[in-house]
Each structure stands twice: as C-alpha cells, then as structure tokens.
Design a protein around this ligand. Structure first.
Ligand code: IVH
Length: 665
C-alpha cells in the first residue's frame, strides 16, 4: 500500500489530467462517475491528512464557502485595451499603416474577440499564483480564489519546459447556456436579470463567495503571453505553446498573409459566431512577430500592432405599440415597450426594455413610432433610436405613468434616483406576491410553491404576507380548485420543513432591500439574534465590515415599519430560527477581538479561506491591504516584497501559521 502522500499526489495528477482532457481537449477518457469517485477519494484523503494541503489541488476547484475580500494588486505589465474599428475600410487603413511603418513582410494573426471580462494569470514555476482583473489597467483586484474554481484555467502548467515566471492574458466568459439558466433563476427569485453574459461574467468574478463562482461554470480563453523569456518570437506560436502547457486557446486563431485573408476571416466568423457556446463581439488583429510588435510600439493609449474589429450589432425596425409597466417586489416600476413582432438575430422580438423615465425622455418616444431595436450581446433587446421623420402626427408622446398600474397608488421618484416606486408596499398585489415568491425561493426558505399557486392563494385571500404561509391549514388548501390530497400535504410538509432553515437564510428571506444572501449572513453573525438586529442603530450597523450607509439605512427602515415588525413577530411565534445556531455560536471565541489581520502568501497547513474563516470566528477582522490599523500580517510562503516592506515600515507584527494557530488554540 502506498503512503498517503504518494496516493494524494497520484490522485491529483490523474485529476489534473482528466480536467485537461475534459475542459481543454473536450475529449474525456473517463466517465463523470469515475471522475467524481476519484475526486471523492482525493477529498477524503486530504481531509484525513490536512498536512498535505495544497491550494492548487484539483479538489479546490469546488470553491470554499467563505467570503473573500479583494485586494488591489499592481500589474507587472499594464493591461491595455485596443482601438476599436467598425468597417473594412478602417481594417484596411490599419493594415496599410502597419505595412508602411514596417516596410517589410509581416503576418497578421486574426483571433475572435471574446466578450467577457479580461484577466491576467500569473504562473510561477508552473503553479497558478495569482489572477488579477483588469481594474484600471495599472492595478486590479486579486480574484485568485475565484479563478481557481474555473475548470479551464489550469492550476498547474503541463510539460517540463515551463518558465519560472510567466503571465497570460485572457478572457473569462460565462457560456450562453449558463447565462440563460442563471437569468431564469434570477427572475424566479425576483432579482434583476444580467443584461448580457459579459456583465454576468464580471459580476460572477467579483462574487465574494467562491462557491457561487464555482457553481456558475465560467470558461476562459487565453490570447496573450508576457514574460522576460518567451518560448518563440511569434505570437501565434507562443499561443500554441500555451495550449500545450494546458491553457485554453481558441482553435479559431488564424495567421493571415494578406488583407484578403483577413476579410475572409471577418466574413466567416460574423456568421459562424452564432454557433459558439460563448459570446464574441468582434475580431482582434495582431501583428504576429514580437520583434515587429516592439518596432511598432504604442500610442498613448493603444498598441500600434493590434486593433479590434467589432461586429455590428444586429438591428431591426419595428413599430412601438404601447408602453406598459411592471412592478417588482421592491415596488420598483419598470417601463416595457410592446412592439409589433419583428425577427432579430433569429428570434421574434415583441418587447424591449425601456429602463426608466430618463431613457424614455432621451429617445423622445411617441406611440406608433418606428423604432430601431438592437440585440448586441443582450438577451433583452433595447431601443436604440427612433425614426422621427416617419412619426405620425396623431402619435402621442409617452408620459411616464403617474400611478401604479397594479394598485393605482401615486408613484414616487426620489431625488437623485432614476427609478419610480409604488409606495403601497402592503396593498399592491405584485409587490406582495413578489415578496412571497422571494421568501419561498430556493436560497431563502426553500418552500416548494410556484408563482401560480402563490397567485391562487393570494386571490383566495389566504395569503397577504409571508407569515400567512404558516397559518395555512389542510382545509384551506384542499378546498382550492384542482387541489388534491397530495399537493395539499406536500405544501404543508414543505412549509413545516422550512422552519428549520438557518437564521442567515431566514433573514435573507425577509427581502430587506439591499440585503442579499451574503449581507444577510454578515448581519446574522454580527447580530446573532433578530432582536439584537432590530435594536441595532445606524452606527452599530455601519460598524460591521462591508456594511455601508445604504444597507444600514435600509435595515433601520425595515424594522421601523409596524407591518414588518408584525410579520417578524408572527414568524417568530411560528418557530422560525431567528438566532444563530449553537453550532455557529459555540465555536466562536473573542480571542482576536478588535484585531485586524491581513493574510498574505501561500500556506501549508490550511487554505487562505480557512484562515479567513478562523479570523472571523474568533472575533477578528480580515482585511485585504496593510494600513496603520493592521495588527498582524499572517504570512505564508512567497509573501510579496512590497507588502513585507510596508508591514515593516508600519511596524505591523508578522506572524506565521503556527503562531496564528497557537493564538486561537
Ligand atoms: S488582445 C494589448 N485579444 O478585448 C493586447 N483582447 O480592448 C490586449 N479581448 O480588454 C488585448 N478577445 O479583454 C485581445 N483575442 C483577444 C481578445 C481580447 C477579447 C478583450 C480584452 C481587452 C479588449 C480589447
């Protein structure tokens, strides 16, 4: 029998290999079941022998459940953007400019322009050590923990000849399929849908919870390599090497030797991109030779050796028939344009988002107008322009609704806000139903009841607020139209089960404005019972890490409202958990009370996330950057020299893993 260390290493290398086969080559050699069972063996062994912990273990891809706060990191090479062009003429101007400047033969690499969010990946001795977002181009957020969950980003490079230090630039993407599913779920939970996969990808990457990131199945493509020593003098060849090292490089990349070939690439992918699993918004053209790239250099903003050609967003003209308004659970009123059906990018469009009053005024919309609708990367089409010349004199100007379309209450628009609200929170049906839908949603109380049933119960006056759910009886339900014994018992059972949902989730379920899942958990830990939270002052709330004035004010407002207090009291009397569980409480100590700790470097005994959790659990505060307020730096291996220097200058105590663990023992 092998020793556990060897067993762990063997499993890790097998799993790295299978990940590569699956995510990079798309040629898995084992079944999902076999993969899962290897992974389980590894996880079991790692749990049994924590001394062999490794942040780059394939098991770490599942993401830990702890919140991370991002640290700002300087890019070793600035992250530039490209000049955009929109026509063949501009492409030909670029080509000729390069030709004149170089005055020798050159080749152009054509690549797809992936429409996600850019990332810089740093590998040291073949290990992924950092992933940084673009930020302002000079420095970005350290999102390493999140990027580690992306299956197509290798944690370890493959092959023997990997350089000591190498940087890759690429794009993180949310595939269309995941995007559509995600938006479906968000709508069910009354959260605003993401406008396009790009926003969803960058939103996901900035998620504080790596477990959520892991669940979103992000993808990646690498399009650039940087370092003191590079494998070859050709960009195209270097990307091929990157692909051998295990990074995902697009197979579409093509080296062209004439403008004609470039045009062919543009024409081919303008159509073919519809069949790709991820969003693209154009083509990037790059001079292949690195020496020629250096000779061409940069303008103040862009490289002279590359440009982006953007595909034109598909447009259609149709007629605006009417504007209607939707009311969400928070009372926000969103205008929707109802259009004469028109075909756009292969789907029939009947509605377009109009955002808010200002957007309508900016377009100067009238009923019957001929409007241009565009889809771009967006799923919900938008109106981009109006053909005013074709306007009919009888077409009435759109004036934003003054009263709620659902309950007729006069709408309000707060100073400095763009949205209109219906203030009738307790009497406006879509708001009431929306709040109940949110309350029962999977991540909240997880009660299995759909929007139609909620509507039915509301119409039958059985539900007016979320607490009414717990008053529902067998005879209430069995008498409903088309309801049988099974559906009645199932719903009652599901409601009963929901009483065991944790305080954190119950707090999220209440639907306090700006209090999402993460914030709810934060608040629950800072105020371990709802009575404490209810008594909390604005100031006490704002003292909680990451709670700003907007959230704090919203919590205060919520508990200042008689109706809300009444609902919370009733929920409490029904036995919902409104206190942190003993389990969460008992492992808590105040050994690090008042201490601010920065974590830096690579650790061997526990993961970074585990250390973060320990700090919070023992009453300390974990922050990203070193300042006068920092008490300790918990330092692992390879801590950055800049940090070390700053810590020493400010006289911050630097402690290692063992010392830290002793402190909380
Ligand atoms: S090259 C100096 N290649 O488009 C070279 N960029 O404005 C910099 N992008 O922010 C970028 N696909 O995030 C390059 N094949 C590709 C790309 C690509 C997408 C993004 C990138 C950058 C933006 C350019």
């Amino acid at each position: 029998m092998k020793n556990p260390k060897d067993q762990i290493e063997q499993l890790r290398s097998q799993l790295h290999e299978h990940n590569h086969n699956y995510y990079i080559l798309s040629e898995p050699t084992i079944s999902d079941f076999e993969f899962d069972s290897l992974m389980q063996q590894l996880i079991d062994l790692e749990n049994q022998y924590p001394e062999y912990n490794d942040v780059n273990s394939p098991s770490k891809r599942v993401g830990s459940d702890i919140n991370a706060s991002f640290q700002q990191v300087e890019h070793s090479y600035p992250m530039l953007s490209l000049q955009n062009t929109y026509s063949h003429e501009e492409v030909s101007e670029f080509y000729n400019r390069v030709k004149r400047a170089l005055n020798e033969d050159f080749e152009i690499v054509c690549e797809l322009k992936f429409d996600g969010t850019s990332i810089s990946l740093i590998y040291e001795n073949g290990r992924l050590t950092r992933a940084i977002t673009r930020g302002d181009g000079k420095e970005g957020d350290d999102v390493t923990d999140n990027v580690r969950t992306i299956s197509s980003v290798p944690l370890l490079l493959r092959g023997d000849n990997v350089p000591e230090h190498i940087v890759f630039r690429g794009e993180i993407l949310l595939p269309w399929s995941v995007f559509k599913q995600l938006n479906k779920e968000r709508e069910q939970q009354n959260e605003p849908p993401f406008a396009n996969p790009r926003n969803a990808a960058s939103g996901t990457l900035k998620q504080l919870n790596p477990k959520i990131v892991a669940s979103r199945k992000l993808d990646s493509y690498i399009y650039f390599m940087l370092g003191d020593v590079l494998p070859t003098g050709s960009h195209f060849e270097n990307l091929k090497v990157a692909s051998k090292w295990g990074l995902k490089v697009s197979k579409a990349n093509k080296k062209c030797t004439s403008l004609q070939e470039v045009y062919e690439f543009l024409a081919h992918w303008d159509v073919e991109r519809e069949n790709l699993p991820v969003a693209t918004d154009g083509v990037v053209l790059k001079v292949d030779s690195l020496q020629q790239q250096r000779n061409l250099g940069f303008t103040s903003k862009f490289p002279r050796w590359a440009i982006a050609y953007k595909f034109s967003a598909e447009q259609a003209i149709t007629k605006l028939e009417s504007v209607t308004y939707q009311v969400g659970r928070t009372g926000a009123v969103t205008p929707v344009a109802n259009l004469e059906a028109v075909l756009l990018s292969g789907t029939t469009v009947r509605r377009a988002s109009l955002y808010n009053e200002d957007a309508i005024l900016a377009l100067d919309l009238h009923i019957g107008d001929n409007v241009y609708v565009e889809k771009g990367g967006e799923i919900i089409p938008k109106i981009t322009a109006v053909d005013k010349d074709a306007r009919q004199p009888e077409g009435e100007k759109i004036i934003f609704a003054t009263h709620c379309p659902a309950c007729s209450a006069p709408l309000v628009r707060d100073e400095g806000e763009s949205a209109h609200y219906c203030p009738n929170a307790t009497g406006c049906p879509p708001q009431i139903k929306g709040r109940i839908e949110h309350f029962v949603s999977r991540k909240a109380m997880n009660i299995t009841v759909g929007p139609e049933t909620i509507s039915l119960l509301f119409d039958n006056k059985l539900l007016h607020d979320v607490a009414d759910l717990y008053d529902l009886t067998y005879s209430d339900l069995i008498n409903l139209e088309r309801w049988g014994e099974t559906s009645t018992n199932n719903l009652l059972q599901s409601i009963e089960q929901s009483k065991s949902v944790s305080y954190e989730r119950a707090l999220f379920a209440l639907g306090i404005r700006f209090v999402g899942e993460t914030v709810a958990a934060k608040l629950a830990h800072a105020f371990p019972t709802i009575n404490l939270l209810r008594e909390a002052t604005l100031e006490e709330l704002m003292n909680v890490d990451e709670i700003g004035d907007r959230i704090a004010q919203s919590v205060v407002d919520f508990f200042n409202n008689e109706n809300h207090l009444n609902v919370v009291n009733r929920l409490q009397s029904h036995g919902l958990h409104f206190a942190l569980s003993d389990e969460s409480l008992s492992s808590k100590t105040d050994k690090l009370e008042g201490k601010t700790i920065v974590i830096s470097g690579v650790f061997s005994l526990h993961s970074r996330d585990e250390y973060k959790a320990m700090i919070i659990q023992h009453g300390g505060k974990n922050t990203g950057s070193i300042s006068k307020k920092t008490d300790y730096i918990l330092a692992g291996d390879n801590m950055g020299p800049a940090k070390l220097e700053k810590g020493e200058k400010l006289g911050v105590k630097i402690i290692d893993e063992q010392t830290f663990l002793k402190m909380i023992e």
